[in-house]
Design a binder for this molecule. Sequence first.
Ligand code: SF4
Length: 301
Amino acid sequence: MHSKNDKKPSIIWFQGLTCNGNTHSFLNLENLENLLNKFEILSHPSLPSTQDFNSITECTLECDIFIFEGTYDPLMKRNDTSISKIVKYYAQKARYIIALGSCASFGGVFKASAPERNSGLLFNEQEKSGPLLKYESKVINISGCPIHPEWLAYTLSMIEKRREVETDSLHRPIELYSTLSHHGCTRNEYFEWKVDAGAFGEKEGCLYYKQGCRAPMTHAPCNKILWNEVSSKTRVGTPCFGCTEPDFPRKNLFSTKTNMSIPEDIPLGVPKRSYLTMAGIAKTFRIKRLEGKLIDYKTAD
Ligand code: SF4
């Protein structure tokens, strides 16, 4: 907690190559105003800010937290100042650098426009080779396409309370990224008994076997911290795309790559042989309850 005389931590939110998705997502935060009241927003693309954007690009200010949204493209300029100069200037001045979204974390979607030069701030996909290597210890990656607003709120609150944000080897907060997106999915029983979803949007079945669900290999709390506080992609019948991982976006997001009907990528940490044995046994059971509709309107009355 800060004493009354403490200054609020200041934030500069700056954008590289971006679709604004993380900004839009963050603006949906429940109690946004409460959180923002704890910080001084020097600059943000959409929120009221205390500084003119020109003074940000002149590189004369300082901030406690530098949030960067979007892919880093070293050839990009803002107000005639190279993005490379701006990013390095604030990286040196700030106490924390938050690479917000999968583009800023690993290169993401906009890396595809110039794969040979675009990257995240610290990582180029898995490889640690971004422009902020020198400031590595300050970088927190909050990956996601887009991020859930609560993920950023958690990180900012920890900083504001002067508590350490522990991170994994990809610099993502452990508290948020230690579990898989698969954890908490309402379809887990179908996954265990190898019952496929027949089509997108259905209430029944698991999307891992045919529809490309990456949740068993993806670190994210999407089924723990629910979207709009009520749901998640997999809960409504859409596969997890693995958007928090460095290899996002992958090709063929809506289909599972298989080899002799076995998914090529198997759940994280499970030895392939064990998985095949378990899957083979589970498939031999036929559980009638899991084959029918959850709600059968024809027989409901
Ligand atoms: S739909 Fe995806 S998240 Fe849900 S149980 Fe199947 S594999 Fe796991």
